[in-house]
Design a protein around this ligand. Structure first.
Ligand SMILES: Cc1cc2nc3c(=O)[nH]c(=O)nc-3n(C[C@H](O)[C@H](O)[C@H](O)COP(=O)(O)OP(=O)(O)OC[C@H]3O[C@@H](n4cnc5c(N)ncnc54)[C@H](O)[C@@H]3O)c2cc1C
Length: 408
């Protein structure tokens, strides 16, 4: 056998899971398609994920890189700005985090796993998987020279993100409940000098005419920002021209962005990704589990992707450990249900964002401090905190809060 556990992909879920399993004494090997550093979308972290990096003993390495500090989220709509300071959240735990160019961040995490003794084989694309012999999982990879290689282990964790290796190979995919959307994005030299702009917060701006269209502005520590717009699928089809010009034009339709980016240099080609919301019938099977985006991915609006990815790693690792020790594991209850509980909370707020109800709550002028603290917890990633009333029957809570504001 090549290892106790083979991990497909060295993104955040793969690296965190690998390092935590290594800490527990297991032999782990990561097989990664790309050569790092490589670009990835998903640059605004949530405070909840700091705890997972702490558990994997990766936080000191991340802190040392001097990434952009983040303490909250600002929202802009029709000339109105509102801010959520994550340190004022309801839940216990970290209230701050970072905004990170992912090429750099993911390499820091992967290097940390490698330094702990996890071999990472880059440029190994997984093509096939065989779980027909219990306790003896097999993967087939191909490298950059076209050479195929067989790998075997007692278990496999699929952390392949949008690659969705095992969902595709094992026919586990099922449609997402969310409507298809498209994101158009780039990195810019922002040259923002406006005094009331807070670089410590992600800016989420809403299109002045179409509330379903929103933008992100994610500042980095080097004077650059990630800028993106999310639209319903097909919306951008009518906009002709080069992608960067289309992005620039649509960004300048939003007054706050137009004000902030007046001197910005759009120096990098724009990229686009669509149909990213995805789901699977089941998050585990004989000798494997799906982590992060290889399982369910909802929507980028609350920057929850990396947090869910790391949460999945933190839930799966103790179960893998027990399984490798021959102890019984109830993957359905202890992994699938436990992970999906928080995903369902995010889903309720994502749906309410796009139908406009959560936007109404966010911009409510008579915002109650207690409600704001609970919203801060959700926005900071604490979707699994059952003590927060807004994580319980979330759809009903949204209705109840709206009703309170309408009668106040
Ligand atoms: C438009 C948009 C904006 C987003 N913004 C945010 C944000 O601000 N904050 C946030 O937290 N999340 C955001 N996300 C989500 C975020 O990108 C992902 O949730 C996160 O990267 C998932 O981490 P992961 O470890 O599951 O997978 P990934 O980070 O995708 O890593 C998967 C790895 O697997 C490798 N791989 C793929 N296929 C194979 C194969 N066949 N063989 C071997 N290796 C393979 C890949 O090369 C990659 O390195 C956004 C997503 C979108 C679409």
């Amino acid at each position: 056998m090549d290892a106790d556990v083979l991990i497909i992909g060295a993104g955040p879920s793969g690296s965190v899971a690998a390092k935590m399993l290594k800490q527990l004494g297991h032999q782990v090997v990561i097989l990664e398609k790309e050569q790092f550093p490589r670009f990835s979308i998903g640059e605004s972290l949530l405070p909840q994920c700091m705890a997972f990096m702490e558990d994997a003993d990766m936080l000191p390495a991340v802190v040392a890189e001097g990434f952009q500090f983040k303490n909250g989220a600002a929202f802009s709509r029709a000339g109105k700005l509102t801010e959520f300071d994550f340190t004022q959240k309801f839940s216990a735990g970290w209230g701050t985090t970072f905004q990170v160019p992912r090429a750099h961040f993911d390499k820091v995490l992967a290097d940390s796993a490698e330094a702990a003794g996890v071999p990472i084989h880059y440029q190994q694309t997984i093509l096939a998987a065989d779980f027909s012999n219990p306790g003896q999982a097999r993967l087939t990879s191909v490298d950059a020279d076209g050479i195929h290689k067989e790998w075997s282990a007692k278990m496999v964790l699929d952390a392949s993100g949008f690659g969705r290796v095992l969902p595709r190979l094992l026919d586990l995919e099922t449609p997402s409940s969310l409507s298809p959307r498209r994101a158009l994005f780039t990195h810019i030299e922002d040259r923002i000098t406006i005094a009331d702009y807070d670089r410590n917060k992600i800016l989420i701006a809403i299109h002045p005419k179409f509330h379903e269209i929103w933008y992100w502005l994610i500042p980095f520590s080097n004077g650059r920002c990630s800028l993106g717009v999310v639209t319903p699928a097909g919306f951008l089809d009518d906009r002709s021209g080069e992608a960067l010009e289309v992005l620039k034009a649509i960004a300048f339709e939003e007054p706050r962005l137009a004000e902030l980016l007046v001197d910005a240099r759009f120096d990098t080609p724009a990229n686009t990704i669509g149909g990213y919301s995805a789901n699977v019938k089941q998050l585990y099977g004989q000798d494997f589990a799906l982590l992060g985006n290889a399982g369910e991915f909802l929507d980028p609006v609350f920057s929850s992707g990396v947090t869910i990815a790391m949460k999945s790693a933190s839930l799966a690792v103790p179960l893998v450990d027990r399984q490798l020790r021959g102890e019984p594991v109830n993957w359905s209850v202890e992994y699938e249900q436990a992970l999906r509980k928080g995903i369902e909370v995010f889903r309720a707020y994502v749906e309410a964002w796009y139908d406009g109800r959560f936007q109404q709550i966010i911009f409510e002028e008579k915002q109650l401090a207690s409600v704001k603290a609970m919203i801060c917890s959700i926005l900071a990633g604490y979707a699994w905190d059952e003590a927060n009333p807004m994580t319980q029957r979330s759809a009903n809570k949204i209705e109840a809060i709206l009703a309170t504001y309408q009668t106040a």
